[in-house]
Design a protein around this ligand. Structure first.
Ligand code: NAD
Ligand code: WQD
Length: 340
């Protein structure tokens, strides 16, 4: 079996990817220090796949720890690097922490991969690298790189670092996956997102409001130039996103040495905040109390993906709908409430 190191494999997107890697016949090895995740996600993975994957609890910015883990693991087919800090607001108040973790962990991994001649890396990037694009849908060659937070800047720098490494290291190949807005959870209700504190992201806030943990959702502005005045995003089911990592890895195996390509991972469909709230209410037959508040500082008005490249080159496209995602998100929220 082909062994794949999954950094951040206990996290939201990483845990779902571990499940899909197993389904595709790979052997995932989870590397995570659980700074933003919990053991219970490993239990959920175990229940879904029927065994507990190898797990190393360590900090990916620690070269000695990562090096000895790689020595222990031996022959590694590829690395999927999810581990990063991801809260945009926190990155404004702690920029050095974001640069240190997000760029530092990648630099450590790339150096150690080079020493060991590992060939494949899949990197978690983000549509945040586009800022507010000049034209929509946004394609991978969009020139706009107006990332508006230290978090976003780390993704721009990391992409550049991976590109440079591919130019410099014979045989290395990379996929830079630019996620749009991942939502939902595994349909089993056994794994999903674990937001810390008050969620900043829309769907976790919606699920917590529906569950009565928050009084009401605040819709951040309804006076934008969009169909209903609320901001537009491209929401993608996390299971579709997870499968895209497996597809990207298989694509890299066939690619020319020194390939480094970026791919948009979204649905290609823009949805407003109110469309998401309404879909959630309708699909789950629950009420989400909300008020309309002011605009959120720094919000992009509208962004959704041009998916041509991922469809034509990777031959990947999402299978699940917004309705699937809001249903699965709600199932996960209820499972959390039962366990709490
Ligand atoms: P997450 O926080 O749920 O998962 C990240 C995991 O990495 C966590 O389990 C955390 O404990 C771990 N981690 C962080 N730093 C680490 C370190 N130094 N050593 C070991 N483990 C570490 O986040 P997620 O939503 O699953 O995001 C995964 C990746 O996708 C991140 O790189 C994120 O920037 C990127 N991304 C996420 C979104 C999103 O909306 N969720 C969108 C675009 C890109
Ligand atoms: C979506 C829309 C909000 C909460 C962030 C990061 C981005 C990426 C994904 C990692 C916006 C509105 C939200 C609420 C609301 N992450 N909203 N009330 O802003 O697209 O992106 O997560 O790479 O980098 O910036 O996602 O879920 O925060 O917001 O009205 O309580 O929902 O204003 O219009 P966003 P989001």
């Amino acid at each position: 079996m082909k062994k794949v190191i999954v950094t951040g494999g206990a996290g939201f997107i990483g845990s779902h990817t571990v499940v899909e890697l197993v389904a595709a016949g790979y052997e995932p090895v989870i590397v995570d220090d659980l700074r933003n995740s919990e053991e219970r996600i490993l239990n959920g993975i175990e229940t879904i796949i029927g065994f507990r994957p190898t797990f190393h609890r360590l900090d990916c910015t620690d070269p000695i720890a990562v090096s000895s883990m790689l020595d222990e693991e031996g022959d590694v087919h590829g690395v999927i690097h999810f581990a990063a800090d991801k809260a945009v607001g926190e990155s404004m108040s702690r920029p050095a922490m974001y640069y240190r973790n997000n760029i530092g962990s990648l630099a450590v991994l790339l150096s150690l991969m080079r020493e060991r001649s590992f060939k494949h890396i899949v990197f978690s990037s983000s549509c945040t690298v586009y800022g507010q694009p000049d034209s929509l849908p946004v394609s991978e060659d969009s020139p706009d790189r107006n990332a508006s937070s230290p978090y976003g800047e780390t993704k721009v720098v990391c992409e550049q670092l991976v590109r440079r490494q591919c130019e410099a290291v014979p045989g290395l190949k990379a996929a830079l996956l630019r996620y749009f807005n991942p939502i939902g959870a595994h349909p089993s209700g056994l794994i999903g997102e674990l937001p810390r504190g008050v969620p900043n992201n829309l769907v976790p806030f919606v699920t917590q409001t529906a569950a009565g943990l928050r009084d009401r959702l605040r819709v951040n502005g309804d006076d934008y130039d969009t169909v209903d005045g609320t901001c537009v995003r491209d929401y993608i089911h996390v299971v579709d996103l997870a499968q895209a990592h497996v597809t990207a890895l298989a694509w890299l195996e066939q690619a020319e040495p020194q390939t480094c390509e970026a791919f948009n991972l979204g649905t290609g469909k823009g949805r407003t905040v109110m469309e998401v709230v309404n879909a959630f209410q309708k699909e789950n037959k629950v009420i989400v109390p909300y008020v309309v508040g002011p605009r959120r500082a720094g919000d992009v008005v509208s962004v959704f993906a041009d998916t041509t490249k991922s469809r034509e080159v990777l031959r990947w496209e999402p299978q699940l709908t917004l309705e699937d995602a809001v249903r699965d998100a709600w199932r996960w929220q209820r499972a959390l409430a039962v366990k709490a």
